[in-house]
Design a protein around this ligand. Structure first.
Ligand code: ADP
Length: 376
């Protein structure tokens, strides 16, 4: 009897094709298409029992990152079981690139701004500027490049809410330089005219002032430009819609019935202007007292119901937080993420839902096909 030939069993490893097949079964839950079709798979490396996958999200504020991670792991394990390979250890590396709709026209007056988002409200005092400022600062905290255009030319809030009092605006040639504060770039009429003077604009002047702020600011490259509009349905939203292609509008509303009617009008206005409404935010949704109890002051859920009846996404509820008011008055928006974890997570949730609606609108507006690199 000769010595037996040692039998060495090499378990099968997954191939790059196996990984791609697995990734084709994983959908971005918001967008509803698979990762390969969405061109989100940027890298697949297989080294022995280790698989490394690079996924490019459509926004750094993607709320679905952990779901996508789990779904990928599950799909790869299922594939390994199917082909009889040993289950690899999986590393997923996330990056993000905000995409531009394929339909974005070349004649866009702000070619370096990927998305212009209007923030509107049916009437004043509902927290439209608060939402606009915190949306801008919050998206920047996630890593996006963000600008804030304080387009409320009748009652600019940015000088106070961003703490611009001591800062001097700059000019380069004919262009205004935005204030670089709290991680964003911001411009406001409030720093260009005497703040003590009531800002009364006739129609054409309002148009001119807004146009100048929007187009004569050196924004540089931006993922998102958030535009805080004056309340109601006046000239400025019309000017904006005519001037720049908008990705969409966010409507801010408080929960009471009387506020709802105004918000509906704001929604209808955007729709008549051909601007997609990305969704509704319920501000001052409820109040949490020092005793930790939640007080339903204005009828929590009113704006959410309104959004549902109008077939619009609900973007989230922001309760009445004393810190939010204080930090707005003191011009220190970043403190909203530093003190109260509930406030921080409410604001992050809002930013993530807005960012994901922007991604959904972008992909729905036409998927940019992956570019083929030609090598021989
Ligand atoms: P609008 O832009 O709709 O006129 P603002 O954003 O200026 O409203 O808000 C009006 C006032 O209410 C401001 O003093 C702001 O700090 C405060 N405020 C807005 N939202 C909240 C909130 N969720 N909690 C506490 N204060 C708020």
């Amino acid at each position: 009897m000769g010595t037996p030939i040692p039998y060495h069993f090499e378990p099968m490893t997954l191939t790059s094709r196996d990984i791609h097949d697995a990734l084709r079964t994983v959908r971005d839950p918001d967008i509803g298409k698979d990762l390969v079709t969405l061109n989100m798979v940027k890298d697949v490396r297989i080294e022995a029992a280790q698989v490394t996958i690079g996924i490019e999200l459509t926004t750094p504020a993607c709320p679905m990152k952990e779901t996508i991670r789990k779904d990928i792991e599950q799909a790869i394990r299922a594939k390994a079981a199917e082909v009889g390979a040993s289950s690899p250890s999986i590393a997923i590396e996330f990056t993000a690139r905000v995409r531009v709709a394929a339909s974005k026209s070349a004649s866009n007056p702000l070619p370096n701004v990927k998305h212009v988002i209007a923030v509107g409200a049916g009437k004043g005092g509902v927290g439209k500027s608060t939402v606009a400022v915190n949306l801008a600062v919050g998206l920047a905290r996630f890593g996006a490049r963000v600008g804030l255009l304080d387009g409320d030319i009748y009652g600019p809030s940015a000088p106070t809410m961003l703490g611009l009092a001591e800062l001097q605006g700059g000019i380069r040639g004919e262009m205004l330089l935005p204030f670089e504060v709290h991680g964003i770039r911001a411009i406001t009429i409030g720093k260009l005219v005497d703040p003590e003077k009531a800002l009364i604009w006739r129609g054409p002047m309002a148009h001119g002032a807004f146009k100048q702020l929007a187009l004569q600011t050196e924004w540089g490259d931006l993922d998102y430009l958030i535009v805080d509009l004056p309340p109601g349905t006046g000239d400025v939203p019309l000017t904006l819609a005519q001037l720049i292609p908008l990705t969409g509008a966010v409507v801010v509303c408080t929960p009471q019935r009387v506020a709802e009617d105004d918000a509906r009008r704001a929604v209808r206005m955007f729709q008549q202007l051909g601007v997609a409404v990305l969704g509704v935010v319920e501000n001052m949704s409820y109040f949490i007292g020092d005793d930790g109890k939640s007080y339903d002051i204005f009828g929590r859920g009113g704006a959410e119901r309104m959004a549902a009846t109008m077939g619009l996404p609900f973007l989230g509820a922001v309760p009445i937080h004393m810190e939010l008011r204080r930090n707005s008055d003191e011009g220190t928006p970043l403190k909203n993420w530093a003190g109260n974890p509930t406030l921080a997570s409410d604001l992050d949730g809002l930013c993530q839902r807005v960012a994901s609606q922007i991604s959904i609108a972008t992909i729905a507006g036409g998927l940019l096909q992956p570019t083929l690199s030609m090598t021989d």
